[in-house]
Design a protein around this ligand. Structure first.
Ligand SMILES: Cc1cc2nc3c(=O)[nH]c(=O)nc-3n(C[C@H](O)[C@H](O)[C@H](O)COP(=O)(O)OP(=O)(O)OC[C@H]3O[C@@H](n4cnc5c(N)ncnc54)[C@H](O)[C@@H]3O)c2cc1C
Length: 540
């Protein structure tokens, strides 16, 4: 909480080169990229960082194989390069995974033709992943007994990547990088108005936790409001060539329904791609793709039924899944960039590319569309556009070339692993854990995992598992309390970690360690924050 208090104070008193509205993936990478170049960055989000679209994705870093059907080969080629770059830069977080795809009889293309497409896809990915594999119906059933093979013509396996922890944690790490480079970020701060006067944007903002209204002054404004980009531009009387259309997507999380460590892929009853994705000890299924006119959406019974009906049809389950099997849900709108106003798009063909528009006179940059997969390009391109503005901000050659993304070097990882090995840390791995403790700590905290080792040396009991089923040690909670701007309990449970996605809420609330965690996060306010969380669950 101290970090947030300090940052709010600085936002209110200092003048910035740039204010970024929105801490989803587009805002977060823009912030990290610019801050690393020495630009004085402020970033605010009206909710928690990644609290909107960027915590409701399918958690995939993928080259967009499905856009090949609409002949968008250039986009797919670019996304494959972006995926490769993420995979190489974040080897612990962005992992290759096999997509095990079954094609139903009578589908619009025969399996062999789609398989040829996967070979082209693999080539566009410069062979950086494992090669695709064609499979007969029999081979599918033998290798993946969970798949209902009754109506299957054949299938294939190919590779893409997924975000091992979750999308929101991935996004937060860019926010944290921005702060490491001197950027000032705060969650739960809404920009209510912005006015350009004498070469500066004067932004009225409201801290919705502290209740304080103040102003943030910055030369440049970046509108990274995701689904709210158009609304924010309209309020600032900005006209743009591109606008957003919205597509609602829902995922359901259920107990593990297949032992497979692959993504099972099908074409749902509406002809669109449908995934069964491993999510730690659980399975995430979806998604829907429904055109909606507003960014404010919620899950309907129809959405749930669509997903449950499809999964029950496509998999051979011991019993059909029903509503009671749902542990958690995810729902968001994809902001899709479209040229022109009120366009009528071919919905399936509408691509997920990003567009950056710049108003040089008003020094305002708007980011439309995009994907988590393409985030490094967005960060680089926003920095290029910023440099083309006439701001008077000088970026040194050394700062301009700074690599603002990626995990620490292999040598730093080896140092951490060596120290952890000498402390016999892996012997402390909890029996229920899916991976060695050292692997998990490195992936979550990178170089800051060394600080955890120090805490454990000082106090070995800080290595105890604090929240049952959640794979979080006491020392991790202490580190998160200091560095991760956890303002509400759900920030930690839903976005910094994926606890709320894999443990039922009623079990979380009754977990013995939760009260201890609350005390570490919120001190004297622990009881109040815990009650706030319980009330928010009841209200849903
Ligand atoms: C169902 C679904 C599945 C997807 N799957 C994938 C996938 O597997 N892989 C992939 O690469 N991409 C995927 N995507 C796309 C990807 O998630 C989005 O493109 C991306 O998250 C959009 O990020 P953003 O930063 O533009 O928007 P957001 O994450 O929505 O961020 C915008 C932020 O702006 C803030 N904001 C708005 N107005 C204000 C204001 N006035 N003041 C302060 N803050 C404000 C909001 O609170 C919000 O946090 C998926 C999307 C959906 C919906």
């Amino acid at each position: 909480m101290q970090l947030r208090r300090n940052n709010i104070e600085q936002l209110a008193t200092e003048t910035f080169d740039v204010l970024i509205i929105g801490g989803g993936i587009n805002g977060a990478v823009s912030a990290a990229s610019l801050a690393a170049k020495g630009v004085k960055v402020a970033l605010v989000d009206q909710g928690d960082f990644a609290g909107l679209t960027s915590s409701n994705s399918s958690n995939l870093a993928w080259g967009g194989i499905k856009y090949m059907e609409s002949y968008e080969f250039l986009l797919v080629n670019k996304l494959c390069q972006s995926r490769n770059r993420l995979m190489q830069s974040f080897p612990s977080t962005v992992k290759e995974i096999r997509f095990f795809t079954s094609i139903q009889k009578g589908f619009r293309y025969p399996p062999f033709l789609i398989y040829l497409g996967t070979i082209l896809y693999w080539m566009m990915g410069r062979f950086k992943t494992r090669a695709p594999l064609l499979m007969s119906r029999k081979a599918i059933k033998t290798r993946e007994p969970a798949v209902n093979a009754d109506n299957i013509a054949g299938g294939f396996e190919y590779s893409d990547c997924y975000l091992y922890d979750n999308d929101a944690r991935f996004v937060f790490n860019f926010i944290r990088s921005c702060m490491n480079y001197g950027g000032i970020a705060a969650n739960y701060v809404t920009v209510t108005a912005s006015k350009r006067e004498q070469g500066y944007w004067h932004n009225t903002v409201l801290d919705t936790v502290g209740g304080r209204e103040f102003s943030i002054r910055a030369k440049v404004l970046i509108n990274a409001g995701g689904p709210y980009v158009d609304q924010l531009n309209r309020q600032r009387e900005q006209s743009t060539t591109h606008h957003h259309l919205f597509s609602k997507g829902v995922h359901l999380i259920v107990d593990r329904i297949s032992d497979s460590d692959k993504v099972l892929t099908f074409f749902a009853s509406d002809g669109r791609l449908f995934f069964v994705i491993p999510m730690g000890p659980k399975t995430c299924i979806g998604t829907t793709d429904t055109q909606v006119s507003s960014p404010e959406v919620e899950i309907t019974e129809q959405d749930r039924q669509f997903i449950l009906d499809n999964i029950n049809k496509l998999l051979d389950l011991p019993r059909p899944l029903n509503r009671d099997d749902i542990i958690a849900e995810r729902c968001g709108v994809r902001p899709l960039a479209l040229e022109g106003e009120d366009g009528v798009a071919d919905w399936v063909k509408l691509s997920r590319k990003h567009v950056i528009e710049v108003n040089h006179d008003d020094q305002l940059i708007s980011i439309f569309g995009g994907k988590l997969t393409d985030c490094i390009n967005v960060g680089d391109e926003v920095a290029e556009r910023f440099e083309q503005l006439n701001t008077g901000v000088k970026i040194s050659q050394a700062n301009a070339q700074w690599r603002w993304y990626g995990e620490p070097s292999a040598a730093e990882k080896a140092e951490f692993m060596h120290q952890a090995e000498l402390m016999e840390l892996d012997a402390m791995t909890h029996p229920s854990s899916s991976e060695p403790l050292t692997t998990r700590l490195w992936r979550r905290y990178g170089i800051n995992a060394l600080e955890l080792l120090e805490r454990i040396r000082e106090n070995p009991s800080s290595a105890e598992l604090l929240i049952e089923n959640a794979e979080y040690l006491r020392c991790e909670i202490e580190l998160a309390a200091k560095r991760e701007m956890i303002t509400k309990l759900e920030d930690f449970l839903r976005r910094r970690s994926k606890i709320e996605q894999v443990v039922r809420r009623e079990d979380i609330v009754n977990a013995p360690g939760l009260r201890d965690a609350c005390e570490i996060f919120f001190g004297d306010e622990a009881e109040q924050k815990m009650q706030q969380y319980i009330d928010s669950i009841k209200a849903q």
